[in-house]
Ligand binder design. Structure first.
Ligand code: FES
Length: 71
């Protein structure tokens, strides 16, 4: 058995960070949409900042295309 750590983004919904990132990659564009997709954030609300960070970091561009070059 391989060891590993499961990181829960939302304890109330038992939603892992991986599941939340999957929701964002599948189209969720707000914390509310993440909640609609997997239930995360729909309980006590203590994870909302974490969901916000996962939303931003998962949907951020992965390259620098489109950025203006500076002199
Ligand atoms: S920990 Fe996410 S709603 Fe409670």
């Amino acid at each position: 058995m391989k060891g590993g750590v499961t990181l829960f983004a939302c304890i109330c919904a038992a939603a892992t960070e991986s599941e939340v990132r999957h929701c964002v990659r599948s189209g969720a564009r707000s914390v509310e949409e993440i909640g609609d997709a997997c239930g995360a954030g729909s309980g006590c609300g203590s994870c909302l900042n974490t969901l916000d960070v996962l939303l931003v970091t998962t949907s951020a561009p992965t390259d620098l295309d489109g950025l203006a070059a500076s002199a």
